[in-house]
Ligand binder design. Structure first.
Ligand code: DAT
Length: 177
């Protein structure tokens, strides 16, 4: 068991390809559970936890060590929802639940196009979803029994996912030492 004994509230990682609804789901879940929503993308921008800008992918080159150092104390306390389109560089012991959001390709294509994604950025992300890259990464990085894949095609999916996860948070108990 890799759970940290000091936590009185769980830590949840919400991951998935960009556009699958991580931000929307995490914000709604934070609202209903009073857990703290930490968007890694926002954190990286606000605190400059990056090594510059990737021109081809049009995003910051995240400095994973700086991000982990920045979050260590808050993760140790527990009660966090971390939202990021990657999951293999966080310490395994941080999370009690790893949620992988999944969206059908045609739906995701429309969402990302609407967001202004084109060219390599658009096709890379669609391929990422087709090949279930984040689900594989999550399964390789965390115990299989804490990883859940949830569909995120519609608003109803979001509502159902938030309800399911809220129930899980309410019934979560720290492992007795
Ligand atoms: P992410 O944080 O994974 O990049 P987001 O929460 O910013 O995704 O959502 C991207 C856009 O798609 C945003 O306009 C909200 C919409 N969206 C996300 N999930 C959805 C869902 N399950 N049903 C309908 N719209 C959704």
């Amino acid at each position: 068991m890799v759970q940290d004994s000091k936590r009185t509230r769980p830590n949840i990682l919400v991951t998935g390809t960009p556009g699958t609804g991580k931000t929307t789901t995490s914000a709604a879940l934070a609202d209903s559970t009073q857990l703290r929503h930490i968007s890694i993308g926002d954190l990286v921008r606000e605190k400059n936890l990056h090594d510059g800008w990737d021109d081809e992918l049009e995003c910051h080159i995240i400095n994973e060590d700086l991000v982990c150092d920045e979050l260590e104390d808050v993760m140790e306390q527990g009660g966090n929802i971390v939202d990021y389109h990657g999951c293999d560089f966080f310490p395994e012991r941080w999370f009690d639940r790893v949620v992988v959001l999944q969206t059908d390709n045609s739906v995701l294509y429309d969402r990302l196009s609407k967001r202004g994604y084109t060219g390599a950025k658009l096709t890379n992300n669609i391929e990422c979803e087709i090949f279930q890259v984040l689900l594989e990464e999550a399964k390789e990085s965390y115990p299989e029994n804490i990883v859940v894949a949830l569909k995120s095609n519609t608003i109803e999916d979001i509502t159902r996912n938030v309800t399911t996860l809220t129930d899980w948070v309410r019934s979560w108990q720290p492992t007795p030492q």
